[in-house]
Design a protein around this ligand. Structure first.
Ligand code: URA
Length: 219
């Protein structure tokens, strides 16, 4: 898997990341959502450089302009609910993309330290020969990404697979590297050190879904 860790080159992205992590700034959920969206836009821009381009002629009011435009049938798939702001950021740039949504959540049985990924809701167009961008802001264990991709398999075989995430734990990055086919590309804003015993990324930012959309009742 090709891993593109955007924090390896310092940029304005670091400002958005530091606001996402800061427990005081996090209290403003609109800013939290907008920062994830801004990171989605930056990752979308970086990812776009890997797409295929073709020359087109654009008629201006005063003449013709030769330009190269990307020629990709993109399906943008996000994991509910924390994936929604990241989806919006990617869709701001890939505005012609088709869209897929899937719900994946951790079901803790008796032991709070172990969980199963449950996929319930799924809406997806045909994926055959298309570019699949699979977005989940927190790549913790990597199990949600893998369970999601398994659930998408009946919808066809994409030509390219791109995984997009904001913060990953090294363990999750290693897990998806082994589980996805070798030509998959990961685009990630930063990779943190480890997971705690509840599967949260350390130092991470906390629970992205709750910070974006409010606390949920645990079931
Ligand atoms: N999901 C989150 O929202 N945060 C984590 O740290 C891990 C998974």
């Amino acid at each position: 898997m090709q891993i593109n860790n955007l924090s390896e080159t310092p940029s304005i992205l670091n400002t958005f990341m530091s606001e996402l992590r800061d427990k005081t700034v996090q209290k403003d959920s609109m800013r939290f959502r907008r920062n994830i969206e801004r990171i989605g836009e930056i990752i979308g821009y970086e990812l776009s450089k890997s797409l295929q381009f073709e020359t087109h002629t654009i008629e201006t009011p005063l003449g013709n302009s030769e330009t190269v435009l990307h020629q990709s049938d993109i399906v943008l798939c996000s994991i509910l609910r924390a994936g929604v702001p990241l989806h919006n950021g990617l869709l701001n740039y890939f505005d012609a993309a088709e869209n897929a949504f899937i719900s994946a959540y951790r079901q803790h049985k008796n032991n709070p330290e172990s969980f199963e990924i449950i996929v319930e809701y799924l809406a997806c167009p045909n994926l055959d020969g298309k570019i699949l961008i699979l977005a989940d802001p927190m790549l913790a264990t990597g199990q949600s990404m893998v369970a999601t991709f398994e659930a998408l398999k009946p919808f066809g075989t994409p030509k390219e697979i791109h995984l997009v995430s904001v913060i990953g734990a090294q363990q999750g990055v290693d897990y998806v590297s082994k589980a996805f086919r070798a030509d998959t590309k990961l685009w990630i804003a930063t990779i943190d050190e480890k997971l705690n015993d509840k599967g949260y990324i350390i130092p991470g930012l906390g629970d992205a879904g709750d910070l974006a959309f409010g606390n949920k009742l645990q079931q």
